[in-house]
Design a binder for this molecule. Sequence first.
Ligand SMILES: [Fe+2]
Length: 133
Amino acid sequence: MTYFKWSNDYELGVEEIDKQHQTWLGLLEQLYDAMSRGDGSAVIGKVLDNVLTYTKVHFSTEEKLMESHGYPGLADHKTLHKGFIARIDETKASYDSGSMVNPIAVANALKSWLLDHICTDDRLYVPYVKSHS
Ligand SMILES: [Fe+2]
């Protein structure tokens, strides 16, 4: 079961970034797949680990790209990235401490943050990077 599909609407036109966004959303798709089999609670810890690791890799790619093109909104964008990492960290910490973590709520929260970030915040820096290449 897939709760969303990659759509051309999410494409920003920078190949490396688009590929990473697809990989990133693919991690969430694994969570939705597991939930549809009734395995959401069993995989949530692993998925959170994977999402956290990949998010750091991806944000660092984006930040280097913005930095190398002198994007003026870099500091603000970094703040958004930090905030998101803190949120995943928090969820992971409560899972690790044995608190009940609802996989559906986690999946939906991650999905809406990611899609919103791609479609709004990332859309701001990509045209700048492209026009200053
Ligand atoms: Fe971003």
